[in-house]
Ligand binder design. Structure first.
Ligand SMILES: [Zn+2]
Length: 143
């Protein structure tokens, strides 16, 4: 019990527009699958990222959340707030859903793992208060 393992989380919110659209499908098929979500509309997104690791008895922390806050501000808020997500270069060619956003944001944060102070454990994207998707990285794809 000297070094209990904990998960710590930081959340950011941003507002952005998108449309659910698969460019490989016909307009008719897109409308059939996505309905009104095929039209451009907006969400107040919330993204949470969690780090997991042992408690440092000297600091009483798993990692300094200031570092995760900085990385999430730079990689998420500054790049996505008040944008049309379909035009973001690192989201191009994907159907932009909570699921695909969670995967794309995981990759952005994982690229900066060295700065985070503990292992990236989870990215959760809320598209509304009721609906969210979470991703735990490629290692969790064991089915
Ligand atoms: Zn939507």
């Amino acid at each position: 019990m000297d070094h209990p393992i904990l998960t710590i989380t930081h959340g950011v919110q941003f507002s952005a527009a998108h449309r659910m659209n698969n460019s490989r499908l016909s307009p008719e098929r897109n409308l059939e699958i996505f309905g009104p979500c095929n039209r451009i509309h907006g969400h107040n997104y919330r993204v949470e990222a969690s780090l997991r690791g042992p408690l440092d008895p000297e600091t009483g922390m798993v990692a300094n959340l200031v570092d995760l806050m900085r990385v999430m501000k730079e990689e998420i808020f500054e790049q996505l707030d008040h944008q049309l997500l379909d035009e973001i270069p690192w989201l191009k060619d994907t159907v932009i859903s909570a699921e695909t956003l969670a995967i794309a944001i995981w990759k952005k944060l994982a690229n900066r793992q060295d700065e985070l102070g503990a292992a990236l454990d989870l990215v959760r994207v809320y598209e509304t208060e009721a609906d969210s998707a979470e991703y735990r990285g490629p290692a969790s794809n064991d089915f």
